[in-house]
Design a protein around this ligand. Sequence first.
Ligand code: KG4
Ligand code: ZN
Length: 351
Amino acid sequence: MLVLAIETSCDETSAAVLRAPETGTRTSGTCPPSESLRAPEILSNIVLSQDDVHAPYGGVVPELASRQHLRSITAIVGEALSRAGVGIAEIDLYTVTQGPGLIGSLLVGLSFAKGLAYFHKKPLLGVDHLEAHLEACFLENPAIAYPALGLLVSGGHTALYLMVEPLSYKLLGRTRDDAAGEALDKIAKFLGLGYPGGPVIEKLGKSGEAKAFPFGVPRTKDRSLDFSFSGLKTAALKLIRENGLTKDDPRLADFLASFEEIVARTLVDQVRAAADQVQPRSLLLCGGVARNTRLRTRFQDYARRAGFDAYVPSPKLCTDNAAMVGAAALKRFARCPELSTDLDLDAFARS
Ligand code: KG4
Ligand code: ZN
């Protein structure tokens, strides 16, 4: 069985073709135990970034993003099929990110997928973008043990989920203001370092001393599992102003390393607090910011010390990509194969 997945929730136009694993005969409506699940095979996963389009503005411009998706979507889907060596008539299931994301961008992918599914008379499945990020972890490690505690860190979201079984995603905590990636992007923008900020901060801060600039780990007063990054962002802006930092300053690497370190520590501290509460069997880290080496290292170090199995997708599966959408869809399809082409499927901007 072959699935064509489309992802256009923000500023990446992506399409992927995946082959479902053989599952054997099963009664519809029952879910196989996670240990018996095998990962789908990624035949292609094409991602066209719009970074160059948005870089002059220091962040994503929604109207430009949807126009760019419109320009690229046909070619990207064509490229995904040709790299996979698959003809469109061979596709058995279409899937697309339904939300959350930029509404105009989502509508481009959704309308395109609807058109294909309708024309080829095949089922269409809408997928939640955040669930897709979590499912990216299972693409390379299908037998991750449940319950799994997942930290999703991206440009738009920072949230902790408890997955007690396949396809169950219980939100434990989320950011009350900025997402972690957003905080990195805004500091980079303020310093004139370009967009997206996370990779630039990582590159320029690599040689820096992470203890050079004093940052305190932000705490929510009610000991909840929520996050807050706006205080950290304000503290960073204050330090930039007080020290007269510019992008050419020799202390820049130290400052960026210190900021990156506090973001990573804040995230891992909250994973620790959540793990103490819910006692998971595995820990997951996903989303664009999960590409960050410092965060990956802090996360793995904590997991090792605490005795958890920890899983972080390969960098290309952390940032937005259609393979993760295909993975989420195939897991749902495996449980409930009776699907239709729902042409009333709506995009949603917020979860
Ligand atoms: O998941 P994603 O591709 O899109 C959203 O769903 O938001 O994440 C994009 C975010 C951006 O904020 C970007 O700065 C951040 O991921 N990012 C990184 C790195 N690569 C991308 N942050 C830190 N270090 C990186 N290497
Ligand atoms: Zn994302």
